[in-house]
Structure formats: structure tokens, C-alpha cells
Design a protein around this ligand. Structure first.
Ligand SMILES: Cc1ncc(COP(=O)(O)O)c(C=O)c1O
Length: 424
């Protein structure tokens, strides 16, 4: 082991620009439920991490992983009951015709696979993404990234559409007119891809526009956007990597809130509670045709240990009614955030639903305030609560705790926020 502090050693061995949260980084050593503990034994309320979906180190998931790891772990070219059971159980949670699963190790791999399938199914290459999005870190998805800097050029086979954000854009338009306007951007993107002879393979959007900053939904928008894309022969890939598994409280999957059944759904982050499990859900016809034309193999994706972890996550979601918890605790948090908004003029808007929420912060003159948002993230860390920030202007406090978050946890989050706002 080389000398220096842990931060210096990290800079030296992992590069000084490897992302690290907070001005005073946190050195975490242990987690339990909604709590994480640093090396000095200090406890932090985790209001940020969605990957430990059913709580940090949930004993049910730990036990399932340990038991299967002690029994057998192999790739997926052998028959294994746990893997098939998990695929059956997971796909039964989707509407027809989404009845077939392919497993991967990350959301990136899931979206990459979804794009390959969409291009295969349509015979076209064009992709439409939002103008402030992130769907993964591969060569293709890196190039499609619009919400932070990447080294690749935005590809000529892709077009962006404006993020639908009614709080910023409504200018007195009613919801139908606003939806029409946003759908118009999708129609423009479709026409542009067609005019350039590329054609439309897929619309790839996050059902909750999470990285986009959790804008309020515009009723009718997603349905209209998907109609435009399908009308041009393209498919709808819905990225549920952030919104899935009940987080919104009102539905198991974010796309259910828009009433549209996607052609392909991608899953990740919470799926294995931290174990690297992700996947693609599509119709049996699409998956089978793709696999007939193109061998797809993923050494680690959906192995028996991953399937055991994924099954245990579903067990806990069901047994602890975590979707209901997201709805009821989310409603409580939302009320508390609205109260904070009425008391602190810096708060321009309350965003999100269920256990995924945000506070949009502005200057007195109405401009977005990324500096104060960053300051607040650090102030909350010093006060023992972990959260972060997102959005086009980095001025939305981002909160997305494990789904076992209670009303008491919510009250601690709210009172700590109140304290931090008062101390500004
Ligand atoms: C919406 C969305 N899709 C896909 C990904 C990529 O997932 P992964 O980091 O597991 O590759 C992310 C990661 O942050 C994401 O936010």
C-alpha cells in the first residue's frame, strides 16, 4: 500500500478526475436500511441512493446472494431454474407483449442491446434522445449523451428533442397545446432523420426524465411522441433504469404513468440492490428474431447469483409493500417540500413523485442558482444527510432514497433541509 491520505491515493491510482461527491468527500464503510456509516462511525441518512432499492445490505438479498454463490455460479448457457423462475416472475410484471427477458450487467449494456434490437427490427439506424439525457457509457451511448461533457461528437444518426418541462415552457399554454408543441419537436426529429435518408429506429427516453431534472409530466406527450415514432416505423425504447421497480409509487414502471406500452424496456440500477444486474424486456418475437440473426452472449449477465439477488429484491418489494410505501411516504415528503417552498423564496419548484423528488432553486431574480444548490448539497452532507443535484442548470436538489424510507426519515430530511435553508 502506498503512502498518503485515502483521497491522495485515490487521485494517484484512479485519476484526479474520477467523480467524487462533496467538497469534503465521505468515506463510507457500512450500510443498513436507509443509513450509511463513515469510517469514524458517523451515521448519514441516505436520501440519494436508489441502487440499494430495498435498503442497504438487506439481509434477504445478502442471504440469497451468499446461498447461491455457495451453491453454483455460472454463465447462462446451461439450464438453471432460478434464472428461469426470475425471468418468468419479472416479465409477468409487464403488460403484453412484453413477455421476454434478456439479462445484462449494467444499464449501459441494456440500452446498447435495446438499440441493436431496434435497429435490427426496423432496418434503420436513427435514434432520438432528449437534449439533456444520459443512457450509458458505451461508445454509442456516450456519443448520444447530452447532459454532460463527452469526448465523442453527437452522432449524425441521432437527433435530440427538447426536454418537456412545463414549468419553464408553458407561457400560458394549456396542457394540450403544450403536449402538441413538444410532440411537434419529435415530428421534426423524425422528418429530419427521414430527409437525411437515415430513418427512425428508436425513440430512447427515460420514463421519468430523471437526469433531465424531473420535469412535471405533460399528459399526452409520451403517447404523441411514440405515435410519431411508430408512424415512421420506429420503436419506443423506454429507459426504466431510474424510475422502475415501484419508485414513483403510483406504478411499478414509469411508462405505466403515460399509458403507453413500450416496444422495449431497459432495466438496471435497483434491480439487484447493488449486485450488477440489468436487462431488456421485449416481446418474445422480437427477442427470438434478434437472437436468431445475431448471437447475443453476456458472460456475467443474469447468472444464477444475479437471478437470486433479483428474486430477493422482488420478494422484499412485495412483502414490505414498498411501492405503497413510496406512494405514501412520497406524498408526505411532497407536502413537506411544498411547505418549505412557501417558506424559502429560493425554492422555485417541487419536482418528482413517489420516492424520487427534487427542489428547483433560483436566484431572487429568477435565474437558476447552481452555486447555492451545490452549497446546499455540501451543507446537507455536513448535517448528516446525503443528496445530490441534477438538471440542465444543476439547480435541482435530487433526492431518491432507498424504498424503505419512512415518515420519520422523511421528517428528518425535511427538518434538515429547513435548517440548511435557514442557515444560507
Ligand atoms: C437513465 C439512465 N440510463 C442508463 C444508465 C446507465 O446505467 P449503468 O451505469 O448501470 O450502465 C444510467 C446511469 O446513471 C441512467 O441514469
Amino acid at each position: 500500500m502506498s503512502g498518503g491520505t485515502l483521497i491522495e491515493r485515490r487521485f494517484n491510482v484512479m485519476g484526479r478526475n474520477a467523480p467524487l461527491f462533496y467538497d469534503r468527500p465521505v468515506h463510507l464503510v457500512r450500510g443498513e436500511g436507509v443509513w450509511v456509516y463513515d469510517a469514524d462511525g458517523r451515521r448519514f441518512l441516505d436520501a440519494y441512493n436508489n441502487v440499494p432499492h430495498v435498503g442497504h445490505c438487506h439481509p434477504r438479498v445478502v442471504e440469497a446472494i451468499a446461498q447461491q454463490a455457495a451453491t453454483l455460479n455460472l454463465h447462462t448457457r446451461y439450464l438453471h431454474e432460478t434464472v428461469v423462475d426470475y425471468a418468468e416472475r419479472l416479465t409477468s410484471m409487464f403488460a403484453e407483449p412484453l413477455d421476454t427477458a434478456m439479462f445484462t450487467c449494467s444499464g449501459t449494456e441494456a440500452n446498447e442491446l435495446a438499440l441493436r434490437m431496434a435497429r435490427f427490427a426496423t432496418g434503420r439506424a436513427g435514434v432520438i434522445v432528449s437534449d439533456f439525457s444520459y443512457h450509458g457509457n458505451s461508445a454509442t451511448l456516450g456519443a448520444l449523451t447530452t447532459c454532460f461533457p463527452v469526448v465523442e461528437q453527437f452522432p449524425s444518426f441521432a437527433r435530440t428533442i427538447k426536454v418537456p418541462d412545463p414549468r419553464v415552457d408553458s407561457h400560458g399554454l394549456d396542457q394540450d397545446a403544450l403536449a402538441d408543441r413538444y410532440v411537434g419537436y419529435v415530428e421534426d426529429a423524425v422528418r429530419s432523420l427521414q430527409a437525411d435518408g437515415i430513418g427512425v429506429a428508436a425513440l430512447l427516453i427515460d420514463s421519468f426524465f430523471a437526469n433531465e431534472g424531473l420535469p412535471d409530466p405533460v399528459p399526452g406527450y409520451v403517447a404523441g411522441a411514440v405515435r410519431a415514432v411508430r408512424g415512421a416505423g420506429g420503436v419506443f425504447i423506454c429507459d426504466e433504469v431510474q424510475a422502475g421497480f415501484g419508485r414513483t409509487g403510483d406504478a411499478m414502471w414509469g411508462h405505466e404513468l403515460s399509458g403507453v406500452v413500450p416496444d422495449i424496456v431497459t432495466l438496471g440500477k435497483p434491480m439487484g440492490n447493488g449486485h450488477p444486474l440489468a436487462g431488456v424486456i421485449a416481446s418474445n418475437e422480437l427477442v427470438s428474431d434478434f437472437q436468431a440473426a445475431s448471437t447475443y452472449f453476456n458472460t456475467f449477465g443474469g447468472n444464477p447469483v444475479s437471478a437470486a439477488a433479483g428474486s430477493a429484491v422482488l420478494d422484499v418489494i412485495e412483502e414490505q409493500s414498498l411501492q405503497d410505501n413510496a406512494r405514501s411516504v412520497g406524498t408526505h415528503v411532497r407536502r413537506g417540500l411544498e411547505k418549505l417552498k412557501s417558506e424559502h423564496t429560493i425554492i422555485a419548484g417541487v419536482r418528482g413523485r413517489g420516492l424520487f423528488f427534487g427542489l428547483e432553486l433560483i436566484h431572487p431574480d429568477g435565474r437558476p442558482d447552481p452555486e447555492v444548490t451545490k452549497l446546499l448539497v455540501n451543507m446537507m452532507r455536513e448535517r448528516g444527510v446525503l443528496l445530490s443535484r441534477i438538471g440542465r442548470h444543476d439547480n435541482v436538489l435530487k433526492m431518491r432514497p432507498p424504498m424503505v424510507f419512512t415518515v420519520a426519515n422523511a421528517d428528518l430530511l425535511l427538518s434538515t433541509l429547513d435548517d440548511a435553508f435557514a442557515a444560507l
